[in-house]
Design a protein around this ligand. Structure first.
Ligand code: BTN
Length: 246
């Protein structure tokens, strides 16, 4: 086991990702170490947003990955395997799970998990990545204005034991990380693409030029999203260059 071989629990923290970076400044921790907490006072979301999570209700974790075997241009594969691992976990309990590019996990039209991958660079080499995951498990009411949050409990009516959930999640993530180490990138990309939210379905999107109608075709080099517009034009987007309109 790589992911989950070392577990570090904290009752509360400002942010598991931030704390992981602090610890790594002081000493090297083994690959696959998971830091987790019951509560974050300053949980970080994508694009500078805050991540809401009620005390003791959900999984809030950060995983340390060294992955020097991955070339810079293939770095998005890390995000792919983490997203797939979260979906594998969820699909033990529910029939469907999709990945809203680049890093959100959705069930139908609701967001159940968010990933925040942060890397440390030495020169232009990635030294390590901290893969942060916020996965809503037992929370029943969400107070922030985040779009459509949902928890596993709201979907199934079951209250889950967090330590066992973490153990299962770690094992699902570990299997996916080993798939990456095994080097079958084609299979990983195929599975990730097949789970993309709005894959091949016409919907509204927005980019710097305004609203447009399009459909997600695939993910290209460097994890760029490829969308076909209704006039047949193909556009390629890096992170934050386009958004999905509900
Ligand atoms: C998003 O905005 O969708 C990404 C949310 C990521 C939240 C997780 S919770 C554990 C880890 N620590 C953080 O501060 N953020 C990530």
């Amino acid at each position: 086991m790589i992911i989950g071989s070392n577990l570090l629990f904290f009752q509360n923290l400002p942010s598991t990702n931030a704390h992981t970076f602090d610890l790594l400044k002081k000493s090297k921790l083994p690959e696959g170490t998971i830091l987790y907490t019951n509560y974050q006072s300053a949980g970080k979301g994508y694009s500078g947003n805050k991540w809401e999570s009620e005390d003791g209700k959900n999984l809030l974790i950060s995983i340390i990955l060294y992955h020097s075997f991955i070339k810079q241009e293939d770095h998005f594969l890390i995000s792919m395997v983490i997203s797939l691992g979260v979906c594998d976990f969820l699909m033990r309990f529910i029939p469907e799970c999709s990945i809203k590019w680049p890093n959100d996990i959705w069930v139908n039209n609701d967001k159940i998990a968010g990933l925040l991958l942060e890397s440390s660079l030495t020169g232009n080499q990635i030294e390590f990545t901290v893969a942060g995951i916020g996965l809503n498990i037992n929370q029943q009411r969400f107070l922030s204005n985040a779009p459509n949050p949902v928890s596993l409990n709201q979907l199934t009516g079951v209250n889950y034991d967090l330590p066992s959930s973490l153990e299962i999640l770690a094992s699902d993530l570990d299997k996916r990380y080993k798939q990456l180490i095994g080097g079958n990138y084609g299979q990983i990309k195929k599975e990730y693409i097949s789970k993309l939210y709005r894959l091949n379905r016409w919907h509204e999107f927005r980019d710097k030029n305004g609203l447009y109608r399009g459909r997600v075709l695939t993910v290209g080099d460097y994890g760029r999203l490829i969308i076909e517009r209704q006039n047949g034009e193909i556009s390629e987007y890096s992170f934050k260059e386009t958004e999905f309109i509900p």
